[in-house]
Design a protein around this ligand. Structure first.
Ligand SMILES: Nc1ccn([C@@H]2O[C@H](COP(=O)(O)OP(=O)(O)OP(=O)(O)O)[C@@H](O)[C@H]2O)c(=O)n1
Ligand SMILES: C[C@](O)(CO)[C@H](O)COP(=O)(O)O
Length: 229
Protein backbone atom coordinates (compact mmCIF):
# COMPACT_ATOMS: atom_id res chain seq x y z
CA UNK A 1 0.00 0.00 0.00
CA UNK A 2 1.30 3.48 -0.88
CA UNK A 3 2.40 5.48 2.16
CA UNK A 4 2.30 9.24 2.74
CA UNK A 5 3.31 11.35 5.71
CA UNK A 6 2.13 14.93 6.14
CA UNK A 7 4.62 16.57 8.48
CA UNK A 8 3.02 19.71 9.88
CA UNK A 9 5.49 22.50 10.59
CA UNK A 10 3.42 25.56 9.73
CA UNK A 11 3.19 26.94 13.27
CA UNK A 12 4.78 29.99 14.93
CA UNK A 13 6.01 28.34 18.14
CA UNK A 14 4.56 31.03 20.41
CA UNK A 15 4.98 28.96 23.60
CA UNK A 16 8.68 28.48 22.78
CA UNK A 17 9.17 32.21 22.18
CA UNK A 18 12.06 33.71 20.19
CA UNK A 19 12.22 34.98 16.60
CA UNK A 20 12.80 31.66 14.86
CA UNK A 21 9.85 29.21 14.84
CA UNK A 22 10.87 26.22 16.98
CA UNK A 23 10.85 23.69 14.11
CA UNK A 24 13.95 25.46 12.66
CA UNK A 25 15.94 25.59 15.93
CA UNK A 26 19.24 23.70 15.52
CA UNK A 27 19.81 20.51 17.51
CA UNK A 28 22.87 18.28 16.96
CA UNK A 29 23.83 20.14 13.79
CA UNK A 30 20.43 20.15 12.06
CA UNK A 31 17.11 21.92 12.49
CA UNK A 32 14.67 19.91 14.65
CA UNK A 33 12.43 19.51 11.60
CA UNK A 34 15.19 17.90 9.50
CA UNK A 35 15.67 15.20 12.15
CA UNK A 36 11.91 14.51 12.01
CA UNK A 37 11.75 14.36 8.21
CA UNK A 38 14.78 12.05 8.03
CA UNK A 39 13.29 9.75 10.70
CA UNK A 40 10.42 8.88 8.33
CA UNK A 41 12.70 8.64 5.29
CA UNK A 42 15.04 6.27 7.14
CA UNK A 43 12.08 4.09 8.11
CA UNK A 44 10.84 3.88 4.51
CA UNK A 45 12.80 5.62 1.76
CA UNK A 46 9.83 5.18 -0.62
CA UNK A 47 7.57 7.20 1.71
CA UNK A 48 5.89 10.23 0.09
CA UNK A 49 6.80 13.10 2.40
CA UNK A 50 4.69 16.27 2.37
CA UNK A 51 6.13 19.09 4.44
CA UNK A 52 3.79 21.89 5.52
CA UNK A 53 5.73 25.11 6.16
CA UNK A 54 4.95 28.78 6.87
CA UNK A 55 5.07 30.59 3.51
CA UNK A 56 7.58 33.13 4.82
CA UNK A 57 10.08 30.44 5.92
CA UNK A 58 10.10 28.27 2.81
CA UNK A 59 13.09 29.97 1.18
CA UNK A 60 14.97 29.69 4.49
CA UNK A 61 14.15 25.96 4.71
CA UNK A 62 15.32 25.33 1.14
CA UNK A 63 18.58 27.12 1.94
CA UNK A 64 19.05 24.95 5.08
CA UNK A 65 18.38 21.78 3.07
CA UNK A 66 20.98 22.77 0.51
CA UNK A 67 23.60 23.82 3.08
CA UNK A 68 23.17 20.86 5.42
CA UNK A 69 22.22 18.33 2.77
CA UNK A 70 18.75 17.05 3.72
CA UNK A 71 18.67 13.38 2.73
CA UNK A 72 14.92 12.97 2.44
CA UNK A 73 13.11 14.03 -0.77
CA UNK A 74 9.92 15.95 0.07
CA UNK A 75 7.27 18.29 -1.32
CA UNK A 76 6.53 21.64 0.33
CA UNK A 77 3.00 22.93 0.97
CA UNK A 78 1.86 26.25 2.50
CA UNK A 79 0.90 26.31 6.18
CA UNK A 80 -2.62 27.28 7.28
CA UNK A 81 -4.08 29.40 10.06
CA UNK A 82 -4.30 26.46 12.52
CA UNK A 83 -2.85 22.94 12.61
CA UNK A 84 -6.19 21.70 11.17
CA UNK A 85 -5.82 24.04 8.17
CA UNK A 86 -2.20 23.01 7.67
CA UNK A 87 -3.23 19.33 7.53
CA UNK A 88 -6.05 20.28 5.14
CA UNK A 89 -3.53 22.02 2.85
CA UNK A 90 -1.32 18.91 2.94
CA UNK A 91 -4.27 16.70 2.01
CA UNK A 92 -5.33 19.02 -0.81
CA UNK A 93 -1.85 18.62 -2.31
CA UNK A 94 -2.12 14.81 -2.54
CA UNK A 95 -5.84 14.17 -2.86
CA UNK A 96 -6.05 14.16 -6.66
CA UNK A 97 -3.07 11.86 -7.17
CA UNK A 98 -4.39 9.38 -4.59
CA UNK A 99 -7.89 9.37 -6.07
CA UNK A 100 -6.59 9.15 -9.65
CA UNK A 101 -4.33 6.18 -8.81
CA UNK A 102 -7.32 4.10 -7.71
CA UNK A 103 -4.89 2.50 -5.23
CA UNK A 104 -5.46 2.41 -1.50
CA UNK A 105 -3.08 4.59 0.49
CA UNK A 106 -2.26 5.22 4.13
CA UNK A 107 -1.62 8.78 5.31
CA UNK A 108 0.25 9.60 8.51
CA UNK A 109 0.08 13.06 10.07
CA UNK A 110 3.06 13.91 12.26
CA UNK A 111 4.14 17.01 14.16
CA UNK A 112 7.39 18.44 12.76
CA UNK A 113 8.53 19.01 16.34
CA UNK A 114 8.40 15.34 17.42
CA UNK A 115 11.82 14.15 16.19
CA UNK A 116 12.09 11.31 18.73
CA UNK A 117 9.34 9.06 17.43
CA UNK A 118 10.78 5.55 17.30
CA UNK A 119 10.89 3.41 14.12
CA UNK A 120 8.95 0.77 16.08
CA UNK A 121 6.11 3.21 16.80
CA UNK A 122 5.99 4.36 13.15
CA UNK A 123 5.80 0.68 12.11
CA UNK A 124 3.10 -0.13 14.69
CA UNK A 125 0.95 2.83 13.62
CA UNK A 126 1.11 1.92 9.91
CA UNK A 127 0.49 -1.78 10.61
CA UNK A 128 -2.56 -1.10 12.80
CA UNK A 129 -3.93 1.45 10.31
CA UNK A 130 -3.71 -1.13 7.53
CA UNK A 131 -5.92 -3.35 9.70
CA UNK A 132 -8.38 -0.80 11.18
CA UNK A 133 -8.20 2.37 9.03
CA UNK A 134 -7.49 4.80 11.86
CA UNK A 135 -4.80 4.87 14.56
CA UNK A 136 -3.58 7.19 17.29
CA UNK A 137 -0.39 6.54 19.31
CA UNK A 138 -0.67 7.39 23.01
CA UNK A 139 1.03 6.90 26.37
CA UNK A 140 -0.54 5.96 29.70
CA UNK A 141 -0.33 8.71 32.33
CA UNK A 142 2.63 8.53 34.67
CA UNK A 143 1.64 11.18 37.23
CA UNK A 144 -1.35 10.87 39.53
CA UNK A 145 -4.19 13.05 38.23
CA UNK A 146 -6.65 15.40 39.93
CA UNK A 147 -9.67 17.10 38.40
CA UNK A 148 -10.66 20.66 39.24
CA UNK A 149 -14.31 21.03 40.22
CA UNK A 150 -16.75 23.90 39.71
CA UNK A 151 -16.36 25.09 43.34
CA UNK A 152 -12.57 25.38 42.97
CA UNK A 153 -11.74 22.20 44.92
CA UNK A 154 -10.13 19.18 43.24
CA UNK A 155 -10.59 15.43 43.41
CA UNK A 156 -8.46 12.44 42.37
CA UNK A 157 -9.34 10.65 39.13
CA UNK A 158 -8.47 7.14 37.96
CA UNK A 159 -5.35 7.72 35.83
CA UNK A 160 -5.59 4.26 34.25
CA UNK A 161 -8.44 5.68 32.12
CA UNK A 162 -6.34 8.51 30.60
CA UNK A 163 -3.69 8.61 27.88
CA UNK A 164 -1.50 11.39 26.46
CA UNK A 165 -1.94 11.65 22.68
CA UNK A 166 1.06 11.63 20.31
CA UNK A 167 1.67 11.49 16.57
CA UNK A 168 2.06 9.97 13.92
CA UNK A 169 -1.67 9.39 13.63
CA UNK A 170 -2.24 7.16 10.61
CA UNK A 171 -5.40 6.70 8.52
CA UNK A 172 -6.75 5.12 5.38
CA UNK A 173 -6.66 7.95 2.81
CA UNK A 174 -10.43 7.90 2.09
CA UNK A 175 -11.24 8.26 5.83
CA UNK A 176 -8.81 11.14 6.43
CA UNK A 177 -9.79 13.01 3.26
CA UNK A 178 -13.49 12.73 4.13
CA UNK A 179 -12.96 13.76 7.76
CA UNK A 180 -11.02 16.88 6.76
CA UNK A 181 -13.93 18.10 4.64
CA UNK A 182 -15.75 19.03 7.88
CA UNK A 183 -15.81 22.67 8.92
CA UNK A 184 -13.20 23.54 11.56
CA UNK A 185 -14.11 23.68 15.25
CA UNK A 186 -11.72 24.33 18.14
CA UNK A 187 -12.46 20.89 19.59
CA UNK A 188 -10.26 19.50 16.79
CA UNK A 189 -7.01 19.25 18.77
CA UNK A 190 -5.55 16.43 16.67
CA UNK A 191 -6.38 14.26 13.64
CA UNK A 192 -8.08 11.50 15.66
CA UNK A 193 -10.61 14.03 16.99
CA UNK A 194 -11.39 15.14 13.40
CA UNK A 195 -11.80 11.54 12.21
CA UNK A 196 -14.02 10.61 15.18
CA UNK A 197 -16.23 13.65 14.61
CA UNK A 198 -16.81 12.29 11.08
CA UNK A 199 -18.15 9.06 12.60
CA UNK A 200 -15.14 6.71 12.44
CA UNK A 201 -13.56 4.74 15.28
CA UNK A 202 -9.89 5.22 16.06
CA UNK A 203 -7.67 2.43 17.45
CA UNK A 204 -4.88 3.21 19.91
CA UNK A 205 -1.30 1.90 19.93
CA UNK A 206 1.43 2.52 22.49
CA UNK A 207 3.79 5.42 21.73
CA UNK A 208 7.40 5.75 22.90
CA UNK A 209 8.14 7.85 25.98
CA UNK A 210 10.76 9.99 24.17
CA UNK A 211 8.25 11.01 21.49
CA UNK A 212 7.75 14.42 23.12
CA UNK A 213 6.40 17.45 21.29
CA UNK A 214 9.01 20.18 21.64
CA UNK A 215 6.71 22.97 22.80
CA UNK A 216 8.47 25.05 25.50
CA UNK A 217 12.09 26.02 26.33
CA UNK A 218 12.08 23.23 28.96
CA UNK A 219 11.20 20.68 26.24
CA UNK A 220 14.13 21.96 24.20
CA UNK A 221 16.48 21.31 27.15
CA UNK A 222 15.08 17.77 27.45
CA UNK A 223 15.39 17.24 23.68
CA UNK A 224 19.02 18.35 23.62
CA UNK A 225 19.77 15.96 26.51
CA UNK A 226 18.04 13.10 24.67
CA UNK A 227 20.14 13.78 21.57
CA UNK A 228 23.39 13.52 23.52
CA UNK A 229 22.57 9.98 24.66
N1 LIG B 1 -1.02 26.77 11.92
C1 LIG B 1 -0.29 25.73 12.31
C2 LIG B 1 -0.05 25.47 13.69
C3 LIG B 1 0.74 24.40 14.06
N2 LIG B 1 1.28 23.61 13.09
C4 LIG B 1 2.21 22.54 13.46
O1 LIG B 1 1.60 21.60 14.33
C5 LIG B 1 2.56 21.02 15.19
C6 LIG B 1 2.07 20.98 16.63
O2 LIG B 1 1.67 22.29 17.03
P1 LIG B 1 2.28 23.16 18.23
O3 LIG B 1 3.29 22.45 18.99
O4 LIG B 1 1.13 23.76 18.94
O5 LIG B 1 3.07 24.27 17.38
P2 LIG B 1 2.88 25.82 17.27
O6 LIG B 1 1.50 26.16 16.83
O7 LIG B 1 3.99 26.27 16.40
O8 LIG B 1 3.16 26.27 18.78
P3 LIG B 1 2.39 27.35 19.66
O9 LIG B 1 1.00 26.80 19.87
O10 LIG B 1 3.20 27.41 20.91
O11 LIG B 1 2.41 28.64 18.89
C7 LIG B 1 3.85 21.84 15.05
O12 LIG B 1 4.82 21.07 14.34
C8 LIG B 1 3.40 23.06 14.29
O13 LIG B 1 4.40 23.63 13.43
C9 LIG B 1 1.03 23.86 11.75
O14 LIG B 1 1.51 23.12 10.88
N3 LIG B 1 0.24 24.91 11.39
C1 LIG C 1 -1.56 16.68 17.76
C2 LIG C 1 -0.91 16.85 19.10
O1 LIG C 1 0.49 16.82 18.98
C3 LIG C 1 -1.30 15.68 19.96
O2 LIG C 1 -0.63 15.73 21.18
C4 LIG C 1 -1.29 18.16 19.74
O3 LIG C 1 -2.62 18.14 20.08
C5 LIG C 1 -0.97 19.38 18.89
O4 LIG C 1 -0.82 20.59 19.48
P1 LIG C 1 -1.24 21.33 20.85
O5 LIG C 1 -1.60 22.71 20.47
O6 LIG C 1 -0.05 21.33 21.73
O7 LIG C 1 -2.40 20.60 21.45
Amino acid sequence: MKRYVIIVAGGKGLRMGGDLPKQFIPMAGKPILMHTVEKFWRWDNQMNIILVLPTDHQAYWKMLCKEIGCKAPHRIVNGGETRFHSVQNGLNAIREEIEASGEKALIAVHDGVRPFVSPEVIAACFAKAEETGAVVPALPMIDSLRMKQADGSSCPVDRSRYYAVHTPQVFASDILIRAYQQPYTDTFTDDASVVEAAGFQVAMVLSNRENIKITTPFDLTVARALFQE
